[in-house]
Design a protein around this ligand. Sequence first.
Ligand code: FAD
Length: 302
Amino acid sequence: PFDVLIVGGGPAGAAAAVYAARKGIRTGIASERFGGQVLDTLGIENFISVKETEGPKFALALEEHVRHYDVDIMNLQRAKALRPGALVEVELESGATLKAKTVILTTGARWRNINVPGEQELKNKGVAYCPHCDGPLYKGKRVAVIGGGNSGVEAAIDLAGIVRHVTLIEFDTKLRADEVLQRKLRSLPNVEVIVNAQTTAITGTDKVDGLTVRDRAGGEEKRVELEGVFVQIGLVPNTEWLKGTLELSRHGEIVVDAKGQTSVPNVFAAGDCTTVPFKQIVIAAGDGAKAALAAFDHLIRN
Ligand code: FAD
């Protein structure tokens, strides 16, 4: 069996693998797509000490760093079940079962898409999902934020300080964000809020030039001209396969303590798939390192 088996090969999983392997213990990492979300990222400018890089380049560097150590890398492997025990079992979709004394879950998350024409075609060309990541690219420009929950309203407030104008679009008849956020939002001069509105398309040829939105009461459609669209309708953790096995938050995040311990003995978790606040590369990587050290600490005590 593995001493540490990591499920997921994004920044959190890669960091956990490097930290575990450097303890000289038997380490494996199984992932569906090594690199994770950074494979879909164009530019990265906030991984401290790397002024700027590209997602695929960063993903390759993650893999190179892991390969430098004695780590059993199992690519294109999707886990479908976790069985707790003194030896934890991870069942893969290929039919194989892996056994380990400790498991670190780092299966990440995915942004919920609005699924309108233009969204897929214009991803990274004006369609964005992360204001902390891409906000500065829209300095002085006009953007829309789709979604009036906490994350949408936070994004609108954040972006209003950087961009020229923000249009916040909410499907429901009112915003769902906390009142204190709504109050802050209403105090900003360069934000317009449109409620009861359905985004019907994001337009543009090589880059976003606008969107169309339909008034759900009257039915008329209007066009908003802008350079960027931030979709903020939810980040979904890749934890469907764990339902019923360990404690998840109501958003489906794996509940972890300060050391990454989950509700199941010998099972740790790190990064975007967990309750750890703020989903960013540098945070996921730090979190993966922390979970590996916690797993090691657990191994030497048991
Ligand atoms: P992920 O990167 O999501 O990796 C999850 C891993 O688990 C993948 O290898 C996946 O294939 C695997 N996996 C999932 N389910 C299973 C399963 N059942 N079995 C096996 N493997 C599985 N953050 C920044 O800090 N700066 C940025 O500029 C930035 N830009 C972004 C741009 C885009 C378009 C996106 C989508 C995200 C961006 N982020 C950015 C966020 C950042 O990418 C994430 O916070 C980070 O990748 C999270 O790392 P993670 O290891 O927790 O999960």
